[in-house]
Design a protein around this ligand. Sequence first.
Ligand SMILES: NC(=O)c1ccc[n+]([C@@H]2O[C@H](COP(=O)([O-])OP(=O)(O)OC[C@H]3O[C@@H](n4cnc5c(N)ncnc54)[C@H](O)[C@@H]3O)[C@@H](O)[C@H]2O)c1
Length: 255
Amino acid sequence: MQIHEFERGLQGRVAIITGAAVGNGRAFCERLAEEGAHIVIADIADASDTVKAAEAIGATVLSLNVDATNPADVQRMAQEVMQRFGRIDILVHNVGKYEEEPFELLSFDQWRQMLDLNLNSLFLTTKAVLPAMKEGGFGRIIALSSDTVWLGTPYLTHYVTAKMGVIGFVRSLASEVGKYGITANAITVGLTAIQRPEQGGRVSSSILEHILPSQSVQRADEPHDIANVVAFLALPASGIINGQAINVDGGVARH
Ligand SMILES: NC(=O)c1ccc[n+]([C@@H]2O[C@H](COP(=O)([O-])OP(=O)(O)OC[C@H]3O[C@@H](n4cnc5c(N)ncnc54)[C@H](O)[C@@H]3O)[C@@H](O)[C@H]2O)c1
């Protein structure tokens, strides 16, 4: 697709969002659907609520059962998307997991699992979508990282290492793929007030009470705050932003 200087929105673009059954990923699907994108959900969990939400906005939605740490699953995902839509424009690599553990108690298995889910999965999904993006002469790779990388939050050596790896990955990849019209950027996210029905609604008020005093913006960071940045980076007009890590956390970390 030709990129016009004044092209608006994401009409007809195809966006894959990993880990989109719940949480931030669902908000990303809704926001990209609002911009006119076709939505591909890649998750191991039932994503029917996200499907309904994106379809209600008017998007064409493909929901795939994909384990983002499994090479065969991820390759199949790219093939199915190409069969259905014939293009892949946007990858929002959102899959990730947060788990505190003091380093002295952290096992090598826990370390490996954390790197597998937060970082190795990014290698797999990017490998799978890059040929289609190159062929289309357009690509937006947007990977979710965490503001804990700037803060050096304790009990998270495995998580912070993986999320810092995400930033290293997009920085180096950006230098390789920018010439093809493809950008790779990361978003470092702060504690987000995700509605979790299983936890009776929002993120617990005690966590928010703990985090809000350190924010310069005195309100909770909501999934749609992150989704707006995802949509911004996905736009054709953002093609000059490459290899960056954008911090979205209400002003806790400065970077
Ligand atoms: N929520 C926060 O406060 C926060 C803060 C900083 C960074 N982040 C980052 O944002 C991203 C999303 O966080 P969230 O809180 O929305 O996550 P979440 O736990 O609410 O949702 C994660 C989704 O990923 C899916 N998933 C898990 N393992 C998978 C796998 N192997 N393959 C495919 N799908 C899988 C789950 O089914 C789920 O739908 C993560 O990368 C996380 O590290 C979140």
